[in-house]
Design a protein around this ligand. Structure first.
Ligand SMILES: NC(=O)C1=CN([C@@H]2O[C@H](COP(=O)(O)OP(=O)(O)OC[C@H]3O[C@@H](n4cnc5c(N)ncnc54)[C@H](OP(=O)(O)O)[C@@H]3O)[C@@H](O)[C@H]2O)C=CC1
Ligand SMILES: O=C(O)C1=N[C@H](C(=O)O)C[C@H](O)C1
Length: 268
């Protein structure tokens, strides 16, 4: 039985994660959760916060308060909070599933470094569908090569804080790698004014923030006379949460290392 703590248990993903762990009763159990001290739900029962019914576990203000109670921390909070939690988990011998997005290149490097000393699953999107779509994107990019213009469009709810989404950026990296391009050199983030004709090697990103959209990603490969579009649409946060819980159960007592959802799904 894996004992799971959920960081940011009062957040959109935090609440969904409590439900997702409950759905895997027998393999995993929520045994701790944290909120910020200032959160109106601080100190309340995490089952009541999540709407799953009483769990008899109070939300902690710090990981120190629940240090003895869990094996794996699932973290969907903010980049700064996740890095603090990671430092704590490294010191205390805990594994981590990191779903937070919006990290800088330097922060991602810090995660790589920490994973030499602790087991981490890190993915900007925990859904099986998105991770399978990454394979399709690499295949399409390799096959179509420089004959097509590539654009990535993502749509999310009005509350999302980072742009482009972590998933869109990962899609861009996978496509750039497949084409032997460096994403930092070819990415174009939005266009305005007199932009001149499209540079054929660029990879464009467009971001839409609207309403309660859970998460849509479309990649367009547009050539002369035809256009291929690969789209993934999430209709419930449960797809991300159940992927994260599956990752936490899989991570169990694995050795230190940086793992992906491909590893969890056994795709490599
Ligand atoms: N990998 C994936 O599959 C997915 C990734 N995400 C990513 O997950 C992250 C969270 O998304 P979402 O749930 O929508 O956002 P929310 O803002 O709803 O949730 C984040 C929660 O974390 C809390 N929090 C922030 N800092 C701390 C801390 N130090 N300790 C405890 N709690 C803290 C926030 O509190 P407060 O509101 O008071 O600041 C908030 O309740 C984002 O980066 C998002 O992009 C989202 C969905 C899927
Ligand atoms: O913030 C969200 O909601 C989501 N964030 C992730 C991202 O940035 O890619 C994954 C998902 O699309 C939902």
């Amino acid at each position: 039985m894996i004992r799971i703590a959920i960081a940011g248990v009062a957040g959109r993903m935090g609440k969904t994660l409590v439900q997702a762990v409950t759905d895997r009763a027998g393999e995993a159990r929520v045994t701790a959760g944290t909120t910020l001290v200032a959160d109106p739900q601080a100190g309340q029962d995490i089952g009541l916060i999540a709407g799953t019914g009483l769990l008899d576990i109070k939300a902690s203000a710090t990981l120190d308060q629940c240090a003895e109670n869990f094996d794996v921390l699932i973290d969907f909070t903010s980049p700064d909070a996740t890095l603090e939690h990671m430092a704590w988990c490294r010191q205390h011998g805990k594994a981590m599933v990191i779903g937070t997005t919006g990290f800088t290149a330097d922060q991602k490097q810090q995660i790589n470094a920490a994973a030499t000393q602790m087991p981490i699953v890190f993915a900007p999107n925990m859904s099986a569908g998105v991770n399978i779509s990454l394979r399709l994107l690499a295949l399409a990019a390799k096959a179509l090569g420089d004959d097509v213009d590539i654009e990535i469009i993502e749509t999310h709810h009005r509350h999302k804080k980072d742009a482009p989404s972590g998933t869109a950026l990962r899609m861009g990296e996978v496509i750039a790698d497949a084409l032997g391009r460096d994403l930092d050199e070819v990415a174009v983030y939005g266009r305005e004014g007199i932009t001149d004709e499209r540079d054929r090697k660029t990879i464009g990103f467009a971001t839409i923030r609207a309403g309660d959209v859970v998460g849509d990603h479309t990649v367009i490969f547009a050539g002369n006379g035809e256009r291929l579009e690969i789209t993934h649409k999430a209709s419930s946060r449960m797809t991300f949460a159940s992927g994260a819980v599956r990752a936490a159960i899989w991570l169990g007592s694995r050795p230190a290392g940086l793992y992906s959802i491909d590893d969890v799904l056994g795709l490599d």
